[in-house]
Design a protein around this ligand. Structure first.
Ligand SMILES: Cc1cc2nc3c(=O)[nH]c(=O)nc-3n(C[C@H](O)[C@H](O)[C@H](O)COP(=O)(O)OP(=O)(O)OC[C@H]3O[C@@H](n4cnc5c(N)ncnc54)[C@H](O)[C@@H]3O)c2cc1C
Length: 404
């Protein structure tokens, strides 16, 4: 990828692009693509090539990771966990399990007043781990070390022409709270179906504009919460003489991870005028809602003889989830857009806030695109208009997929 040339076409207009790729053996090949996704991590080459600026904190804390083997099991078997945070007057650090037996990762946070990460030898790393574990004679094999800097940054743009950013390339954040991978997978889930729809010809390229409009606000919220969580953790593990008792801890983040909604300008949803759920703390609290833009709520439902989640009904196309008397929707379903109809029960109708003959249109990324609280006079026309508005095909008939 180091020799990649990126396509710089007009936004949303497929055309010819010829990135050069060099593989591990030095073989160079040319790939022609209508679109490119830069999912190449926090130091993203693609982002730099596009000249996309970042905002936020580039250096919140310096860290040293030490991967090592040691038999720590006797010291933790009465309180097995994923992460063990050490806070004592000498250092702040975290033991992370790899197998909760012999293989571990120790993360030391740089604090020049207590213990700095600079210039530590392998023996020094082993001594540090013995000190952190409070086991002076621990037998340790240090496998690898890596210094890294925690950042909380957001790309000013998620797209230039036919090139998109996704994952850490768009939003490098601190590992505190565990949001980075979640947010990156959500980016991919959001972008993949839109690209498929455009390339397969059932949506216009304008649909791709909604990617940045929907995902950048979520990226910004996740970056901000990861920053807050890092600072709260460092504060909670700082040893303050004379201070004892409860300290600030990470707050839950169910609302941030599951409760976000695509309801701002440019989102590919059709608002129904209802207000967003009234939650005291939208980061901490997740209140399931089928309001357009929100992630479709999970409920158990019978499907082909099995009990599955409503979310598992959703495939690579749209899903029209109806109330128990929604049989007529089946005949109204269009044939030029991938769409399956599922008849739900009264519990689903109640949770999705529709009448027994109402329906909710769910996008391939699980988000509600349109909610029709009761059967309209012309359901076929209603759903065709909703899809045309969502997919940008209102003015034009759907077209064939472009050739690459
Ligand atoms: C200690 C720690 C704990 C974490 N815990 C969590 C957690 O609990 N939950 C969570 O959601 N997230 C967590 N994260 C964050 C998560 O690991 C990242 O957000 C995620 O890996 C980002 O995925 P990505 O695919 O965007 O980037 P990356 O994982 O960085 O992948 C980018 C890929 O692109 C490749 N690449 C880069 N440049 C080129 C090039 N020029 N040519 C070819 N290939 C290239 C790289 O080799 C790499 O394979 C944690 C991170 C850390 C550091």
């Amino acid at each position: 990828m180091s020799e990649a040339r990126l396509p710089r076409g007009a936004p949303g207009r497929p055309g010819r692009a010829a990135p050069l790729l060099r593989d591990a053996d030095g073989q160079v090949s040319t790939v022609r693509a209508a679109y490119v996704i830069g999912a190449d991590g926090a130091g993203s080459f693609v982002r730099r090539e596009l000249g996309i600026a970042m905002s936020g904190d580039a250096a919140l804390s310096r860290n040293l990771n030490i991967l090592f083997e040691a038999d720590l099991r006797p010291h933790v078997e009465d309180r097995l966990s994923l992460i063990y945070t050490i806070a004592n007057p000498a250092l702040t650090g975290t033991f992370m399990t790899v197998d909760n037996r012999r293989r571990w990762l120790f993360n030391l946070v740089h604090d020049p007043a207590r213990r700095a990460v600079d210039g530590l030898t392998l023996d020094g790393c082993a001594g540090l781990i013995r000190e952190a574990a409070a086991v002076p004679d621990l037998d340790i094999n240090v496998i690898a070390t890596q210094e890294w800097t925690a950042a909380a940054l957001l790309a000013e743009r998620y797209r230039v022409g036919r090139v998109f950013l996704a994952g850490d390339a768009a939003h490098p954040m601190t590992p505190y709270g565990g949001f980075g991978m979640n947010c990156g997978i959500q980016d991919a889930d959001n972008l993949a179906w839109k690209l498929a729809a455009v390339l397969q010809g059932w949506a216009e390229p304008e649909l791709l504009d909604s990617y940045e409009a929907e995902r950048r606000p979520v990226g910004g919220d996740s970056v901000a919460e990861s920053r807050r969580s890092l600072l709260a953790t460092l504060e909670s593990t700082a040893v303050i003489p004379g201070v004892d008792g409860p300290r600030p801890r990470s707050r839950p983040s169910d609302g941030l991870v599951l409760g976000y909604a695509y309801d701002g300008p440019g989102a590919a949803v059709i608002p129904d005028g209802t207000p967003s759920p009234d939650v005291r703390d939208p980061v901490a609290v997740y209140r399931p809602s089928a309001r357009p833009g929100h992630r479709a709520p999970h409920l158990w439902t019978h499907h082909e003889g099995r009990l599955i989640s409503t979310l598992d009904l959703v495939g690579t196309g749209f899903t029209l989830l109806t109330g128990p008397d929604g049989g007529l929707w089946r005949e109204a379903a269009p044939h030029d857009v991938p769409l399956v109809v599922h008849t739900g029960d009264a519990d689903i109708a109640a949770a999705y806030d529709i009448e027994a003959d109402g329906a909710v249109l769910v996008r391939p990324d699980d988000h509600v695109a349109w909610r029709c609280p009761r059967l309209p006079e012309h359901p076929e026309r209603a759903i065709a208009e909703a899809l045309a508005a969502l997919l940008g095909t209102r003015e034009r008939p759907r077209r064939a997929a472009p050739s690459l």
